[in-house]
Write a new protein. Sequence first.
Length: 95
Amino acid sequence: MTVGPPLGSTVVSRVLGSFGGFGLLFGGPLLGGMSILVTALRRHRGRPAPAPGGASVPAGPLPPAPPPAGWNPDPRRESRLRWWDGTGWTDHTSD
């Protein structure tokens, strides 16, 4: 007659217990690293593609367009008109 727990259950519990310890030791960091990698890949896919040629996209709104070409009060002398060509003042005046 023997006294104590059965031999088979003790061996099984010790083997499974050691695998549980290895699982916590190696499985935790492995699963954590995989979740970081998946999160980084998902965030990277959500970014817009860079502009062709490496040109940067302006961060803010575009500046307003200049006024169209036409006769306007001369900024140098208010008594006459000067021709604005759409980009700058010309030498053409109304007198």
